[in-house]
Design a protein around this ligand. Structure first.
Ligand code: SF4
Ligand code: SF4
Length: 139
């Protein structure tokens, strides 16, 4: 990945910590793997946002919205991003290195905050994501 700065939606702070290779399409999963690898290996500056980010850009749901007016309900997702960022004492537009941001998340995350983000997500219901697994990944 060539960019030195990565845009990351608020709730993707959690999703990237629980990613196990599954996603909406092979292109989506490949791109998400590359974004995560870049952040972990190169520690780039990350900008926290509440709009489409470097993970969304390979998502079929984003493409569907652009083409047909169908989407992942981007307004609702933006509200979720903003609320999660607020709970973690960040704000949209905040920038720091990936490791500094994850270090702050580690200090601030609680199960209640995790469930605000993930409590209604189908991936939690399927058992693919859990607070315990997220904490394990932060170690
Ligand atoms: S439960 Fe959903 S929102 Fe939460 S980390 Fe998993 S995929 Fe992301
Ligand atoms: S476009 Fe929507 S569903 Fe796709 S990765 Fe972004 S927030 Fe998630």
């Amino acid at each position: 990945m060539d960019q030195k700065e990565i845009r990351l939606r608020g709730h993707h702070l959690i999703c990237t910590g629980l990613f196990v290779g599954e996603g909406y399409s092979d292109r989506f999963s490949g791109n998400m793997s590359r974004v995560i690898r870049t952040m972990k290996e190169e520690n780039p500056v990350v900008e926290l946002v509440s709009s489409p980010d470097h993970i969304c850009r390979a998502c079929p749901k984003l493409e569907a919205q652009q083409e047909e007016g169908k989407s992942c309900k981007l307004d609702e997702v933006a509200k979720k991003d903003e609320y999660l960022l607020h709970l973690l004492a960040f704000r949209p537009g905040y920038k720091d290195t990936y490791r500094n941001i994850i270090g702050a998340v580690k200090d601030r995350i609680t199960e209640e905050i995790f469930l605000e983000c993930c409590g209604k997500c189908s991936w939690l219901e399927k058992g693919l994501c859990s607070y315990e697994k997220y904490l394990e990944g932060l170690k």
